[in-house]
Design a protein around this ligand. Structure first.
Ligand SMILES: Cc1cc2nc3c(=O)[nH]c(=O)nc-3n(C[C@H](O)[C@H](O)[C@H](O)COP(=O)(O)O)c2cc1C
Length: 167
């Protein structure tokens, strides 16, 4: 009897039925330069202390950076930032591509680099990490949060969506 009656393809497809927002996790890999990774596994964990989590693939470059640097930014993307999500879901990044896409960084009050123009920007500190299958769960303590006006980018069944307002 197999452990699961689902194939990995069916499992991914099933999970895609849970609608999420889209975030970019950022780590300052060297002064002024970030590595970013698109992530929709972002979840709130605790109110007191203020904790969030994000799950990172063992193969992602982001994994080692989070383990090493311990500080990261979370930028919740706006609906007009789909290109930003697509860009940070790629493995190869360049300054030229960032300039072409109009991706700019700014520092939070806590001094962490985040994506300019995002709906929500937070500075976090890694306080725990747990290996879970082929991902690692990083628990972050939130140090500050800046919220902006606008609508979120939404991810559902492997596609980007927009929220429609009921009249
Ligand atoms: C909408 C969306 C959500 C994603 N969420 C995650 C996630 O939560 N965790 C993860 O490890 N990868 C996630 N990915 C895949 C990574 O963004 C992608 O594998 C990236 O290239 C890994 O970054 P790195 O290896 O350059 O650090 C997501 C991709 C998309 C398009």
């Amino acid at each position: 009897m197999p452990n699961s009656l689902l194939s990995s393809f069916e499992f991914r497809k099933a999970l895609g039925h849970f609608t999420t927002g889209v975030t970019v996790v950022t780590v300052e890999r060297e002064p002024g330069k970030i590595h970013g990774m698109t992530a929709n596994s972002f979840t709130s964990v605790s109110l007191d202390p203020m904790l969030i989590l994000v799950c990172v693939d063992q193969r992602a470059k982001m994994l080692r950076l989070l383990q090493k640097k311990k500080r990261f930014g979370i930028s919740v993307l706006k609906q007009n930032q789909q290109a930003v999500s697509e860009y940070f879901a790629k493995r190869e990044h360049s300054l030229e591509a960032e300039q072409r896409l109009g991706i700019h960084m700014r520092r939070t009050l806590g001094g962490v680099l985040v994506i300019d123009g995002a709906l929500l920007q937070m500075s976090c500190k890694v306080i725990a990490s747990h290996l879970a299958g082929d991902h690692t769960i990083f628990v972050g303590e939130v140090q500050d949060a800046e919220m902006n006006e606008g609508e979120p980018l939404v991810y559902f069944r492997g596609e980007y969506r927009k929220i429609a307002r009921h009249s």
